[in-house]
Design a protein around this ligand. Structure first.
Ligand code: PMP
Length: 410
């Protein structure tokens, strides 16, 4: 009669378990294509030059300290974050139709969104369900389920064609109970690296609105897909520009990848209403803050101050845009290099999808067995779904990775 009779040991988290195996591997030429974190051409973590400059500026400020932030976070950070995702001249900002609250990076924003929707969302015909792409970032499902919101999938990746299953996607939007919640990857879809085209997004978003569904954008890679903050925000801005009168849009924004602030947990949740309503804004804001207060009291300050300095200092913003190009173009170069090496080796299969996909990841099409052999025989680590973090490739290892892939698929 234990007080915790149902407590069992869980398997390690697939991704962080992979990281642990990689760290424990003593082979000198091991390659980490697991975790989605940018690496430079030497395979090392990269502090963005814009971040280095921001940190210097911050520490030189005589008023700098480690006091608590307010519950809603660092305002210069959250307001600048809204401008990054929506654009400087967005009518949403001009009309004050947005509530922006700091979160524990993207995960925390999603969690706050889930708690908020669980408590207050009354827009659905049935018990609210969050529709999530199949496949998706594994954490999505448990974030919503642990908040007590049920999840369902919409088709996304067509394995046979290695392209978007638009028909299945649209059919699911139309069949879902009115007022369902659709979780949308703003760009650089994880794990597939496949984003809808602008024409496809138009169809997706208009179908979502036609059924009165609530779009919930997960923006974890803005600037990483194309190198352009504007291009990568296209879907979000299109949804905002076509927002119907009775709808709300939620955006969960992470600066982990695009500012390289992974461990500093800098994120924001934004709620966008269709017209200015002071009382509604205040109700949303105070209730989001109540969630934050009970869970973390107030958010972490350091990352928010660094990111705010980058975003609010014109020279640093320009440097950041260059840093995004540095990261995204190195990743594209590695996509082309991997494809070229596989073609030289005449590895069976077609590898065009590696260069057609964008963002941090490539959905290689390798099977779980092939991935296991890559790890065991070659010390090349990737997620069992065949998702490879392209950022882990560099000029020094791409040939070896191609040879390893060639060996496991032949
Ligand atoms: N959404 C997606 C799709 C992601 O890939 C990630 C990071 N792996 C996140 C959200 C959130 O990451 P973080 O909490 O580090 O901002």
């Amino acid at each position: 009669s234990s007080a915790f009779a149902n407590l069992t040991i869980l398997p390690p988290d697939p991704l962080f378990g992979l990281s642990a195996r990689f760290k424990a591997d003593t082979r000198a030429n091991k390659v980490d294509l697991g975790i989605g974190a940018y690496r430079d051409n030497q395979g090392k973590p990269w502090i963005l030059p814009s971040v280095r400059l921001a940190e210097k500026k911050l520490h030189a400020d005589p008023t700098y300290n480690h006091e608590y932030l307010s519950i809603s976070g660092f305002e210069p950070f959250t307001s600048a974050a809204a401008r990054v995702i929506l654009g400087n001249s967005s009518p949403v900002i001009q009309d004050n139709r947005i509530v922006s609250i700091q979160s524990l990076s993207g995960t925390g924003a999603l969690h706050v969104a889930a708690s908020f929707l669980k408590q207050f969302y009354t827009g659905s015909d049935a018990a609210p369900t969050v529709y999530i792409s199949k496949p998706t970032w594994a954490n999505h499902i448990q974030i919503f389920e642990s908040a007590g919101i049920q999840t369902a999938f919409y088709p996304y990746w067509n394995d046979a064609t290695k392209s978007l299953d638009l028909e299945g996607y649209l059919a699911t939007i139309t069949a879902a109970p009115r007022g369902s919640i659709f979780l949308l990857h703003a760009c650089a879809h994880n794990p597939t690296g496949l984003d809808p085209t602008q024409a496809q997004w138009k169809q997706i978003i208009s179908s979502i609105y036609a059924k009165g569904h609530l779009p919930l954008f997960d923006s974890a890679y803005q600037g990483f897909a194309s190198g352009s903050l504007e291009a990568d925000a296209w879907a979000v801005r299109h949804a905002v520009a076509t927002q119907p009168q009775d709808s709300t849009i939620l955006i969960c924004q992470s600066f982990a990848k695009n500012v390289g602030m992974y461990g500093e947990r800098a994120g924001v949740i934004h709620a966008i209403t269709p017209k200015f309503n002071k009382d509604l804004n205040a109700a949303i804001s105070t209730n989001l803050q109540k969630i934050i207060r009970s869970e973390l009291s107030n958010p972490p300050a350091y990352g928010a101050k660094v990111v705010a300095t980058v975003l609010n200092t014109p020279e640093l913003y320009v440097q950041w845009e260059k840093d995004l190009v540095t990261m995204s173009s190195r990743i594209s170069t590695m996509r082309r290099a991997l494809k070229a090496e596989l073609e030289v080796l005449q590895t069976p299969g077609k590898w065009d999808h590696i260069v057609e996909q964008q963002g941090m990841f490539s959905f290689t099409g390798l099977s779980a067995r092939e991935v296991q052999r890559l790890e065991e025989t070659h010390g090349v680590y990737m997620v069992s779904s065949g998702r490879a973090s392209v950022a882990g490739l560099n000029e020094g290892n791409v040939k070896r990775v191609a040879q390893a892939i060639n060996e496991v698929v032949v």
